[in-house]
Write a protein that binds this ligand. Structure first.
Ligand SMILES: *[C@@H]1O[C@H](CO)[C@@H](O)[C@H](O)[C@H]1NC(C)=O
Length: 139
């Protein structure tokens, strides 16, 4: 019996560490911790909600050009991250590192993309976040 309990607990831990979905306020808290500016916070929350449903470990289906998008910000492997085990491309990272529950690497790369292209780099933002932004007043 005890063994089963331990097994279930371990399995739970494994599942949790494999896949993290933030709540809206949990995401706001984490983005603040990563230094995202308050003035654009609702845009970032909207973008993340449309791109990944606030989930850290998702990889998209192949895009038309065969590239894929990774993690919370759905960052593309054509320009920004390396699909190999060696860090590379413009963010000098592996794509796998974008799937971590620790969103530091993904955040740094997202800020770099934003600096170069603004929110227009993300279809999720372009198509859904120009008129109606999420309410984070209770976060
Ligand atoms: C990329 O990151 C590695 C460490 O992961 C570092 O040693 C290397 O100098 C970096 N390359 C560039 C071009 O920034």
């Amino acid at each position: 019996m005890l063994r089963i309990v331990v097994l279930v607990l371990l399995l739970n831990l494994f599942i949790q560490s494999e896949c993290k979905q933030f709540t809206r306020c949990g995401l706001v808290y984490e983005l603040r911790r990563q230094g995202f500016p308050e003035a654009k916070m609702r845009d970032w929350v909207c973008l993340v909600e449309k791109e990944s449903q606030r989930t850290t470990n998702i990889v998209s289906k192949p895009n038309k050009d065969g590239s894929r998008d990774y993690g919370l910000f759905q960052i593309n492997d054509k320009y920004w991250c390396s699909k190999t085990s060696t860090p590379g491309k413009d963010c000098n990272i592996t794509c796998r590192s974008l799937l971590s529950n620790d969103i530091t690497v993904a955040s740094t790369c997202a800020k770099k993309i934003f600096k170069r292209h603004g929110f227009r780099a993300w279809y999720g933002w372009l198509n859904h976040c120009q008129t109606n932004l999420p309410d984070i007043s209770n976060c």
